[in-house]
Design a protein around this ligand. Structure first.
Ligand SMILES: [Fe+2]
Length: 213
C-alpha cells in the first residue's frame, strides 16, 4: 500500500527550520486572533455575544471599502473577545444580499466555531444558561475525547461549547497522520477501481463500528 508522507509536528518537514527559496518558516501561528463571519444585524449579534455568551465588544470599525482588496463595499466590522484574548468578528454590509442556502444542509453542521471551557460541569452550566435564554441546544454530546453542546447564533452560525476529556484530544499526531494516509489511500483506491467513495466510507465505518463493539 502506498502511503503518503505527511508533516510531523516536530520533525522534518513540518518542524522548525524548513527553508525554501531563501525563506525560512517562522515556527507556527501562536493562537487564534479572530475568525470572521457575516451578520445581517450587528445589534442582535452584539446582544447575543455579550449578554448571552459574556464576551466583550472590544473593537469596531466602519469603512466604505475593504482595505485588503480595495473593493468598494461599505461595512461595519465588530470584534467580540473571549477570555484568552481571541476574538469572533463580524461584518455587516448593507448591500450584501442574503446568503443562498448551501447545496447540502451538512455544510451548516460541519462548519462551526467551537469555544473551549474548563470542565464538563461548565459545559453543563452553559447548557442550562443557554436554554434559560431560549437558545435551542443540542447535546451535551460525549465524544469521548471532548464533551460538547451545540447551538446557533442569531445569524445561524453553528457554535459549540466544549471541554477536552482526554489529554490526547489535540495531541495524537501519530494516529492522525496514519488516519490521513489511510483516508488518502481509500480515495486513491476508489478512484483507481472506479468505486463509489461514499459507499467505501460507509463500508469502512460499518467495519470499524463492528470492531469497536
Ligand atoms: Fe466541533
Amino acid at each position: 500500500m502506498t502511503r503518503t508522507e505527511f508533516s510531523t509536528a516536530e520533525g522534518h518537514p513540518a518542524g522548525e527550520g524548513l527553508a525554501l527559496g531563501g525563506a525560512e518558516r517562522p515556527g507556527k501561528p501562536a493562537m487564534l486572533s479572530h475568525v470572521a463571519y457575516v451578520t445581517r444585524d450587528t445589534a442582535a449579534t452584539a446582544d447575543f455575544y455579550t449578554r448571552v455568551l459574556g464576551m466583550e465588544l472590544v473593537n469596531a470599525v466602519l469603512d466604505d471599502a475593504i482595505p485588503s482588496t480595495g473593493e468598494p463595499v461599505p461595512y461595519f466590522h465588530s470584534f467580540f473577545r473571549m477570555a484568552d484574548g481571541s476574538t469572533v468578528a463580524f461584518f455587516e454590509a448593507p448591500e450584501l444580499p442574503p446568503l443562498a442556502a448551501p447545496p447540502h444542509p451538512a455544510y451548516d453542521t460541519f462548519q462551526h466555531l467551537a469555544m473551549q471551557v474548563d470542565s464538563v460541569e461548565t459545559v453543563d452550566r452553559w447548557c442550562a444558561w443557554l436554554r434559560a435564554n431560549d437558545v435551542q441546544v443540542l447535546g451535551p454530546v460525549d465524544h469521548k475525547i471532548i464533551y460538547s453542546i451545540y447551538f446557533r447564533d442569531p445569524s445561524g452560525i453553528r457554535l459549540e461549547i466544549t471541554t477536552p476529556t482526554s489529554p490526547v484530544w489535540n495531541d495524537n499526531a501519530d494516529q492522525a497522520r496514519a488516519s490521513l494516509a489511510e483516508w488518502e489511500d481509500v480515495k486513491r483506491r476508489a478512484s483507481e477501481e472506479g468505486t463509489d467513495l461514499v459507499t467505501m466510507v460507509h463500508d469502512l465505518a460499518r467495519e470499524r463500528s463492528h470492531r469497536r463493539s
